[in-house]
Design a protein around this ligand. Structure first.
Ligand code: MRU
Length: 349
């Protein structure tokens, strides 16, 4: 399995996703600010993966801190959490992981742990968040594979694979599990302008795994559906509101509307750490606007004239009415999502 991110001694090592597929280069972060920068600049991306990175970055920051007392460590801890929280606004897994590390710190401090013991507990929890994410992806894969017919052409958007998680993937986890069960699966990967996560990352992962993969530009999905070349859609998510509205990579909404028009099931695969029961609907989800340069340039070549205005929202919201089902590690939620998601979130792990 691909090592998306690893804690190695006193550093956090991650594959540089900006360089794929041309080069497999690893970035070594030795401080928490370096991890925060890696998240912001998309060295690592994908909702669950940036949650894991934030947790590892916080643990690393505390490991490197010179604090001698709990109070001093708590001040540095809060600053480091704030730094991680300021990296990217949409994926709720980031805030979920920061909150979990805050609870770990508070519990350890409350139990009267020494500074060294608090550091150890933070390290241990960051590792657990990493390992639990892989286990969640495997469980999602097992549930989601039941939705895949024995022979299926599956369209996906962006990259919700091993690279976007600690390993195995959410949407690509469903595809991997179906393939492991012997189903005959062919994948259509939207290229996903402007950052090309589909063309560069999804295709790279799937080809490496020997899974039949065809890359299309985003504007080809409609005619592929009309031609009958898509049996189902499966995508990941960055945040799912309590009513089942789904924020995911920009372009997902269009794919969902198209799927409904063509009578094609549209599935979302995401861990419960992506479900934000505190956000009632998609209208409340903050949407990140990224740099104009991602749109004005392809690689180093400029493709727009100087003077044209640019918009670059990195995500969009798909209303729940377009979502056939949401696959989580605890099972499959069906509409109405307000009750099915809440039930799964409350269920025993
Ligand atoms: O901007 P990115 O590359 O971080 O966006 C990633 C996505 O939109 C993914 O589909 C989502 O995070 C799900 S990843 C399992």
């Amino acid at each position: 399995m691909l090592p998306t991110i690893e804690r190695k001694g006193d550093s956090v090592v991650m594959i540089d996703q900006r360089k794929l597929p041309s080069a497999e280069v690893y970035v070594t972060c030795t401080t928490a600010p370096q991890v925060a920068r890696a998240i912001k600049t998309m060295v690592i991306r994908g909702a669950p993966a940036i949650g894991v990175a934030a947790a590892m970055g916080i643990a690393l920051g505390m490991r490197k801190s010179r604090a001698t007392g709990t109070k001093q460590l708590a001040t540095e801890f809060q600053k480091t959490c704030n730094l991680m929280a300021a990296t990217r606004p949409t994926a709720v897994n980031l805030f979920w992981a920061i909150d979990r590390m805050k609870h770990t710190f508070a519990d350890a401090a409350h139990a009267g742990c020494s500074v060294d013991d608090i550091r150890q507990r933070l390290d241990d929890d960051a590792r657990r968040i990493h390992d639990e994410d892989i286990a969640s992806c495997r469980a999602m894969g097992a549930h989601g594979a039941t939705l895949v017919p024995d022979t299926a052409n599956i369209l996906t958007h962006c990259n919700a694979g091993a690279l976007a998680t600690a390993g195995y993937g959410t949407a690509l986890g469903v595809i991997r599990a179906a393939v492991e069960q012997g189903k005959k699966v062919a994948v259509l990967a939207d290229e996903t302008r402007p950052f090309l996560q589909g063309a560069r990352l999804t295709a790279w992962e799937l080809v490496k795994d020997g899974i039949d993969t065809t890359v299309i530009t985003d504007n080809m999905a409609a005619s592929m559906m009309r031609l009958g070349d898509v049996d189902l859609v499966v995508v990941g998510a960055d945040r799912i509101a309590a009513n089942g509205d789904v924020a995911n990579k920009v372009g997902t909404y269009g794919v969902a509307v198209l799927a409904k028009e063509h009578g094609i099931p549209f599935y979302v695969a995401a861990p419960l750490s992506t479900v934000d029961l505190g956000t009632p609907d998609g209208g409340q989800i903050p949407i990140e606007e990224r740099s104009d340069r991602e749109v004005t340039h392809v690689g180093t070549s400029r493709v727009t004239p100087e003077g044209a205005k640019i918009r670059n929202p990195a995500f969009d919201v798909t209303p729940a009415k377009y979502v056939t089902a949401i696959v989580t590690e605890r099972g499959i939620a069906r509409p109405p999502y307000a009750s099915s998601l809440a039930d799964l979130a409350r269920a025993q792990p």
